[in-house]
Design a protein around this ligand. Structure first.
Ligand code: AGP
Length: 584
């Protein structure tokens, strides 16, 4: 939610910040702005996407700049509300990601001496810093953050100083180093084409950046020695390459991301499987698509390992804290590793002594660092707001873990390596065209229903998320058996109903449930290893056994993408959504 970048160095900071914001656009795309320093601070702000801005080369040069791409929380989408926000004298400029929970009280107090120009919570920060600037830049920033409550990341520039100051409390910030050049951003792809050398800020830490880097613990003021880490992402992984959109590039990358995800160390998988076997109560938690992966995990563990694992969507997890003990295990799943609801669930669990295992894609993310053990998904950067390659990789790891928990790691690995190669075969232009033809047929529908049973029931819910967020068609996923308990009332002539079939014990029942919809006039789309008379349109998938959610999801992702294209939606930037949801 919101992307931040700052740069100090001998290159043109303005261009670097504009370029970095374009790479961070997936975090927010309502409006953007930069502040550059050339003696005084100059602001450039626009409503809309920075990718639509072509004037980067004409902007004034500088050696220090900060920038922000916004996902609006407090205050509408206007130029005034876009960041950076400044102090009354225009000398302090601030960009911010997160929420200042006590901004109303602070604003009321500050309004007697300060003139506010926006409706944002952020604007209290430059005014608070201005209040104490006579103490020096660093002290004034420290004083200001001691007054604000919430989860946030802040980056501050001062016209009278050659330093940038950044603070992290709940929202990500990473420093990039390339000799004398220094970068700071919400995510690594913002500066990946300049450096792979990074330092992570932890919560309650402040960094003062000029030609040197000074890190402080905000709780006791002590200096911190940070470890420099070389990350193994490649800059080209964070670019679209030959594809028109990130999402289709990421869908196609599933040709090898599943195999990469499965390539975990046996020793680690077995160790965690043993922990699951020992635990008194294991909870899965995650949000949105990651939450649906957790639900698929519930089924897989029950089926393969004979284990009941509870799933609770992260925003509701705190309500379950009464059941937690130091023998409980939490398995948290998150692409970004920064989702605020997930991090809150983790905090609540940790306070009760719960051990945290996570599946996370972003190295160095808050979740990875808060976990006792983190499985890296290894899918490379996922830029499109709609998760695709990370989802199938997460399902693969969870499936592997279930097999390991049942003492059948080798069998699980074999199954998933086969599945990875089946997915590789599916992702060919002919297959895409077959799915595209279906998209043509149903693109004007107002509703799409998806049915599944067993492992494919939560997958039906994930399918609904993909179709909704990409194409803005209302979609809903149901357990096949539930249709007759209510949803059948929605079926009219030609209502598109997608039925997800796996080659398992639920096969016949899902066909019967689909028949109930067909009898009421539904247009039946079968995603199944075998054709069936009741399908009006058949999309063949390989028989992947217990990995059927992986192969069944592939045509859904392609369908959702083509529905978006045909309906004129931007498939990379889903309306009203953000890639990394760092607010509660
Ligand atoms: C995915 O397509 C969605 N945009 C969204 O539901 C996402 O899965 C959710 O916000 C969780 O994100 P995370 O995996 O980074 O925690």
């Amino acid at each position: 939610m919101c992307g931040i970048i700052g740069y100090i160095g001998n290159k043109n900071a303005t261009n670097i910040v504009v370029e970095g914001l374009k790479r961070l656009e997936y975090r927010g795309y309502d409006s953007w702005g930069i502040a550059l320093k050339n003696g005084e601070i100059k602001l450039i702000k626009e409503v809309g996407k920075i990718s639509k801005f072509s004037g980067g080369q004409d902007l004034e040069k500088s050696n220090m700049a900060i920038g922000h791409t916004r996902w609006a929380t407090h205050g509408g989408v206007t130029k005034e509300n876009s960041h950076p926000h400044t102090s009354c004298d225009g000398k302090i400029a601030v960009v911010h990601n997160g929420i200042i929970e006590n901004f109303k009280e602070l604003k009321k107090e500050l309004e007697t001496n300060h003139k506010f120009k926006s409706e944002t919570d952020t604007e209290v920060i430059p005014h608070l810093i201005e209040e104490n600037i006579n103490l020096g830049f660093e002290e004034a920033v420290k004083k200001a953050v001691s007054r604000i409550k919430g989860r946030y990341a802040i980056l501050v520039m001062n016209a009278d100083s050659n330093k940038l100051i950044a603070i992290r409390r709940g929202s990500p910030l990473i420093v990039g180093i390339n000799n004398d050049e220094k970068f700071i951003a919400s995510d690594i792809p913002a500066f990946l084409n300049h450096t792979k050398e990074v330092m992570y800020l932890d919560d309650n830490e402040m960094v003062v950046i000029d030609c040197e880097l000074k890190f402080f613990n905000l709780k006791d003021g002590s200096k911190i020695n940070k470890r420099r880490i070389t990350i193994d992402w490649d800059a080209s992984q964070a670019e679209k390459g030959d594809h028109p959109y990130f999402v289709i590039k990421e869908i196609m990358e599933q040709k090898d991301t599943i195999a990469r995800a499965v390539n975990q160390k046996d020793k680690e998988i077995i160790k965690i499987a043993n922990e699951i076997n020992k635990a008194y109560g294991t909870f899965f938690t995650g949000c949105g698509t990651a939450g649906k992966v957790c639900r698929i995990g519930e089924y897989i563990f029950s089926k393969v390992a004979n284990k009941h694992i509870n799933f609770t969507v992260s925003s509701e997890f705190p309500n379950y804290q009464h059941f937690l003990t130091n023998k409980t295990l939490m398995i948290a799943i998150s692409q970004s590793g920064e989702t605020a609801d997930v991090m809150e669930a983790v905090e609540v669990a940790k306070k009760k002594g719960v051990k945290i295992i996570s599946l996370v894609n972003v190295m160095g993310s808050s979740l990875q660092r808060a976990s006792d053990h983190a499985f890296m998904i290894n899918a490379g950067p996922e830029k499109a707001v709609a998760s695709t390659k990370v989802t199938t990789a997460q399902i693969a790891i969870i499936t592997l873990l279930a097999y390991a928990t049942a003492g059948k790691l080798k069998e699980g690995k074999q199954l998933l390596m086969n599945t990875a190669s089946q997915v590789n075969d599916m992702l060919n232009p002919r297959y895409e065209q077959h799915v595209m033809k279906l998209a043509e047929k149903i693109k004007d529908s107002n509703n799409i229903y998806i049915l599944g049973r067993s492992l494919n029931y939560p997958l039906a819910q994930e399918a609904a998320i993909k179709i909704m967020e990409l194409s803005y068609i209302h979609a809903q996923g149901f357990a096949g058996g539930e249709m007759k308990h209510g949803p059948l009332a929605l079926i009219e002539k030609n209502s598109p109903v997608i039925t997800l079939v796996g080659n398992d014990e639920s096969k016949e029942e899902i066909i019967s449930n689909t028949m109930e919809a067909k009898s009421r006039g539904a247009y039946i789309i079968g995603i199944s290893p075998e054709n069936n008379d009741i399908f009006n349109y058949w999309i063949k998938v390989p028989d992947a056994g217990n990995a059927s959610p992986i192969v069944n999801l592939i045509p859904i992702q392609i369908l959702a993408y083509h529905l978006a294209i045909l309906r004129g939606c931007d498939p990379d930037y889903c309306r009203n959504l953000s890639k990394s949801v760092t607010v509660k």
